[in-house]
Each structure stands twice: as C-alpha cells, then as structure tokens.
Design a binder for this molecule. Structure first.
Ligand code: XMP
Length: 326
C-alpha cells in the first residue's frame, strides 16, 4: 500500500470540469478492471464511501452491491439518507442491515473506551462478513481509501482504523479515489450529483456516537445524545457556523445532576458541546461560538430533549484534550 505515490504531474481537482474528466477516466478504468463481475462495497454514508459508491454506480450500475450496516450509533437521519440517496434516487443495489440490537446488546455494561471501540469494530466486520457470505459471485471489494490514508497508514492514530474490513477477504480491490485528497473527493462527489450535506459532511468516527455516549452506553442516553446532536447541527446550519467549524458535536456523560422542570425536581444528564477547528486533527483550537447562539442551543436542548437538564461548553484545545472524549 505504501508504494502508491501520487504523480507530481497530477493536477489538483478543483473545478467541476476537472472532476468530470476524472470521473470519465475512472468510469473507463473501473469498467476495464471489473468487466461483467460483481463488486461489494461497505457504504457508511461518509464522504469517501459515498463518492466511491456514486462512481461505481455510474460505471457498472447494478453490478455494485452496497451494504450499509446501521450499528445503531449513527447520527440522526444518516441511515435514512443512505437509503434515500442510494437506494431510491440512484437506484443502487443496496443491502440495508439494521444491526442496532446486536451492537447495543454487546456494548451493554462496557465502560472502557478501547473495549467499546474493539467491540464495535469487531462486530462491524462480523456483520459485514455475514452479509458478504450471503451474496454469490462477488469478485471485487471497493474501498473509499483516499491518499492521506495511504500516507498515514503507519501513522500515530492507527487505533482509529476500526470499522475497517477483514484483511483476509479474498477479493481484488477497487479503490478509485486512492490518489485524491479529501477536498478533491468532495469536488468529485458534487460533480456526481451527491447532496451537499453528504459531500461536505464533517468527519465522523467509525464507532460513531458510541464514543460520545460516554461510559457504558444505554439506549435512553444514546437517544438523548442523538437528539441533542441533531439540534446542535441544525442551529449551526441556521447560523452559518456549519460551514466554518471543522467538527462539532455533543457528548453525554453517564452521570446526572439535579435540576428543576415544570416546578418539579428533574434529574438529568449534561450535554457537552464540543466545536473545534483543525487542519489535520493532530492539534485543534476552539471555535468561539457567540453567546446568543449558545443560549438558543441550550434553550432548545434542555426543553426538547428528554433526560438532559444542563448544557456545558468544552473549551479545551488539543492538546491537551483529544477531539473526541473517548
Ligand atoms: P481525537 O479524538 O484522537 O480525534 O483527537 C481525531 C480525529 O479522529 C476522529 N476519530 C476517529 N475516527 N475512528 C475513526 O474513524 C475512531 O475510532 C476515531 N476516534 C476519533 C475524531 O472524530 C477526530 O476527527
């Protein structure tokens, strides 16, 4: 993998014209590589796998089988969008697996962050493997590998690569965006007609909300986290911060504090806002959110989300705080 080098002569894809040329070239190459055979793709709904899916659908249509595993730790509306865009609009061959119960049952009572990651990563491979073995005649595995993945393949954050696929799978790889940087993948995605919110999605960890529902995950707290996160995203969309801030999300710890709601004692969890800017995720600074917006977010989360009774703001840069809490 490390031997792959982007040629110096390769121009950076910054316009729709350049993206269209790249797409035409890749469609031709994919058709030549794949012929009449079938290709399997794990489609998370993230930028890279979505762009690979759209490229392959354009090149080989129903010869591509997309498997979307919903591990129950997706953000609000994400799996639904995968079904809508790929299953309906692009009419892809899409296998949707709702494995929520499997993941949440396995995670029950597990509070250790690394063990949680291992459970999620391990179970993802199992579910994907099971789906793959139900399909016949698959010869290729498509992957959304991008150039920074190749550059960083022996880098520091190797523990982040959970959600990857088994290395012993007997498939030849199709990796059409492996020489592209993230910004180029986005330009290609837009040229392919994918929705803007999918193409410009902020980074989202493989273990999803699992590393933001701190400690041992419970369904009620996970639900509260998902709803609070959706409100944060909506408010950031409305005030324009969404296009400016690199990564923003809510984390919900597993302790409660006393509050009061409708004149009654109301014990609830705090929702912690984290909004950071970075270029490479190795260091990060804090976005200054105007107080007016913070007040609106606090008001909405504490009134609309069951189980939350306080909203806190994380002011810690990286280092010393990592971006995620776990
Ligand atoms: P940290 O928390 O280490 O995160 O400062 C740096 C970036 O990596 C993302 N991240 C992950 N991505 N699987 C992933 O695919 C993971 O387990 C994981 N943990 C953190 C994080 O969201 C941030 O963008």
């Amino acid at each position: 993998m490390n031997q792959i080098v982007r040629p110096d002569s390769m121009a950076r894809i910054v316009t729709k014209e350049l993206a269209d040329a790249f797409i035409a070239e890749q469609v031709k190459e994919i058709r030549e590589q794949v012929g009449e055979k079938k290709v399997l793709l794990a489609l998370s709904g993230g930028v890279d796998s979505s762009v690979v899916a759209a490229l392959l659908i354009k090149a080989i249509g129903k010869q591509l089988v997309c498997v979307h595993v919903n591990h129950g730790l997706m953000r609000k509306g994400e799996s639904e969008q995968v079904i809508e865009v790929f299953g309906k609009e692009l009419d892809a061959n899409l296998v949707y697996v709702d494995a929520t119960d499997r993941f949440l049952d396995l995670l029950k009572g597990e509070a250790d962050p690394e063990k949680k990651r291992k459970i999620i990563g391990g179970e993802f491979i199992k579910v994907f493997d099971e789906e793959a073995s139900k399909l016949s005649g698959i010869s290729f595995l498509a992957q959304g590998t991008i150039y920074p993945d190749i550059l960083e393949s022996d880098g520091v954050e190797a523990h982040h690569n959970v959600g990857g696929l088994p290395e012993d799978m007997q498939f030849e790889l199709v990796e059409p965006v492996k020489l592209l940087y993230k910004d180029e993948v986005r330009v290609v995605g837009e040229a392919l007609g994918l929705p803007r919110n999918m193409v410009y999605r902020q980074p989202f960890p493989g273990p999803g909300l699992g590393v933001r529902c701190l400690g041992a995950i419970t369904r009620d707290r996970l639900h509260a986290l998902r709803e609070a996160d959706a409100i944060l995203r909506e408010e950031f969309d409305n005030c324009g911060l969404a296009g400016k801030v690199w990564q923003y999300f809510i984390a919900v710890p597993d302790f409660k504090s006393v509050g009061v709601k409708n004149g009654k004692r109301y014990e609830g969890w705090p929702a912690i806002i984290r909004a950071v800017n970075t270029t490479d995720a190795m260091t990060a600074t804090i976005e200054e959110i105007p107080y007016e917006i913070l007040h609106r977010i606090t008001d909405r989360i504490t009134h609309e989300v069951d189980g939350i009774n306080r909203v806190l703001l994380d002011l810690t840069p990286k280092p010393i705080g990592t971006i995620e809490w776990e």
